[in-house]
Design a binder for this molecule. Sequence first.
Ligand code: PLP
Length: 276
Amino acid sequence: MTAPSPPPRALTIAGSDPSGGAGLQADITVFTRLKVHPMAIPAALTVQNSAGVRAVTPLAPDTVIDALAAVHADMPPAATKTGMLGTDAVVAALADYVAENPLPNLVIDPILRASSGPGLLTDDGFATLRERLIPRATLITPNRYEAELLWGQSIPNAAAAERAAAALREAGAAVLITGGHLDDKGYIIDTLADESGITTWRHPRHPGPSPHGTGCALSAAITAYLAHGLTLRESVRRALAYTLTAVRTAAAPGTGRPYLGDGTTELNESPEEGTL
Ligand code: PLP
C-alpha cells in the first residue's frame, strides 16, 4: 500500500474562545469539517461564554511569531487566516514576518470588537492592520462597521457596500463585505470586489439572534477552500453557502446566543448570485 498523501494545510492565527463558538476553536472546527489539516496559533486569550466576552488577555508578539515560524518552516500552510489579533504589537510583528516570509492565500478578518461589545483589537492595532498587513493579503472580510472604519464613510446598504468594496480593493487585496449588519430588510447581501469586478450573493435573513462566531466561520471556510486550491471567487461562493447552512442549523448550547451548526449538512439552499 502506498503511503496516504496528507490533506492540504490551513492555518489560523486568532483569539481563543474557550466556549468553542468563535475564534480559534471555530476555525479548527470549520477546517476539520472541510477536510483541511487545522493548524492554529493563539494571538490572544479571551474569557467568554455564550452570554459574551468578559476579559481579553493579549499574548506576547514573540510567542505568536515563534509558533508561526516553527509551523511555517516545517509544514507551510496552503492558506492562512487571521482573526482576533488583540494588540498593535502582535499586528506589527505579524506584518514584519509576512514582509520577509510571504504567506500565500492570506485571508484577513479585520476584527475590531465582539458583537457583545468588548474590543478585540486596539485602535492603533487596527491602523497598523490597515497600513501594513492588509496590503499583503489576498482577501479581507470586513463586516459593515469594519468596512466603514477602513473606508471612512458610512455603509448603510448594499449599494454603498458595492462602492466601498470597489474603493477598498484599491489597497491590493480583494474585499468581501459581509451584509449581516446592513439596513437592507429581509435579506442579506454579501459583496465581493476582486480582479473581475463586483459579485453579490443574496439570501433571506434568518429570523432570531445572529449566531456567535459567524464571521469567524465564514473567513475560515474561505481559507479552507483556498487551501484546497479553488479560485478566490469559488472559495467565497462555497464558504457563503457553508455559512448559510451553519446558521440555519445553529442551536443554543448555553443561556446566550446560538452557536453555529455543521455547514456541510445537506439543506439544498445556497445564496443566490447576481448583481444589484
Ligand atoms: N471571541 C473571539 C476570539 C472572536 O474572534 C470573536 C469574533 O470575531 C468573538 C469572540 C465574537 O464573536 P461574535 O461577535 O460573533 O460573538
